[in-house]
Design a binder for this molecule. Structure first.
Ligand code: CAA
Length: 240
């Protein structure tokens, strides 16, 4: 029987590439989205991947959505916590609301996504938790005190989950993408983006598929002894 994978924020950007990669590897994939019904419908029409709408920042919505996915698709074997937002502003201009929105979605959203699937993974003695962090969680970033805090927090989450899940056949790992050609990066002012590309030794932005292939590997049986790790995929922009 095919394994079941859940990808949050899985109908756009890096998440869409991850959903497609896992489908191509034979997983039954469910992708979540927060609000863009049109993009989600187009994604389902293009790929045949089912989409589910909920807000990862809300625990009850996440738990109910996950229960629905498990009833309709099957028990979740692979969970990819990918959904994330930016609310960039220099710290002196950052509002408490910008702080809260990013913490609720990018950090609490990971808790809300993994916590409901964790008991089933423990019972079945298999699980793959993959959290999409960021280069900016490793190095910090001007105007991203909120975002960098969440992405650094993701690394603490997977290192802790790895220790708790190892005996139950569950691995938890993070991927830190560098700057990838997605809407999120394209929203950065062009001049700033050009200067960022200038800091990437590879001389280009990454492609979403280059992150998706990392997920495909971490989800596989071949990656069973990789636990609590961080894979950096950033074109040599930053080394830990
Ligand atoms: N380093 C140092 N200084 C910087 C800077 C940087 N990276 N970016 C901007 N500044 C400077 C500006 O030049 C400006 O200086 P002056 O006042 O001396 O001219 C000052 O900081 C602030 O400028 P503004 O007051 O005009 O700032 P603003 O309130 O309009 O905010 C901004 C602009 C939000 C910072 C905008 O420049 C921006 O979006 N920057 C990009 C931030 C970024 O890289 N985000 C990553 C998004 S992609 C992502 O998050 C995905 C991932 O995981 C990698």
């Amino acid at each position: 029987m095919a394994r079941v994978a859940l990808v949050t924020g899985g109908s756009r950007g890096i998440g869409a590439a991850i959903s497609k990669e896992l489908k191509s590897k034979g997983y039954d994939v469910a992708a979540t989205y927060a609000g863009n019904d049109e993009a989600a419908a187009a994604f389902t029409a293009e790929t045949g991947i089912k989409t589910y709408k909920w807000n990862v920042a809300d625990y009850d919505e996440s738990a109910a959505g996950i229960a629905k996915v498990e009833a309709e698709v099957g028990p979740i074997d692979v969970v990819v916590a990918n959904a994330g937002i930016t609310r960039d502003a220099p710290f002196h201009k950052m509002t408490p609301q910008q702080w809260k929105d990013v913490i609720d979605t990018n950090l609490t959203g990971v808790f809300n996504t993994v916590h409901p699937v964790w008991p089933g993974m423990r019972e079945r003695k298999f699980g793959r938790v993959i959290v999409i962090s960021s280069i900016n969680g490793q190095k910090g970033q001007f105007a991203q005190v909120n975002y960098a805090a969440t992405k650094a927090g993701d690394l603490g989450i997977v290192k802790s989950l790895a220790q708790e899940g190892a005996r139950a056949g569950i691995t938890a790992n993070a991927i830190c993408p560098g700057y990838i050609a997605t809407e999120m990066v394209m929203a950065v002012p062009e001049k700033v983006r050009e200067s960022i590309i200038g800091q990437i030794p590879a001389g280009r932005l990454g492609e979403p598929e280059e992150i998706a292939r990392c997920v495909g590997f971490l989800a596989s049986d071949d990656a069973g002894f990789i636990n609590g790790s961080t894979i950096s995929a950033n074109g040599a922009q930053f080394f830990v």
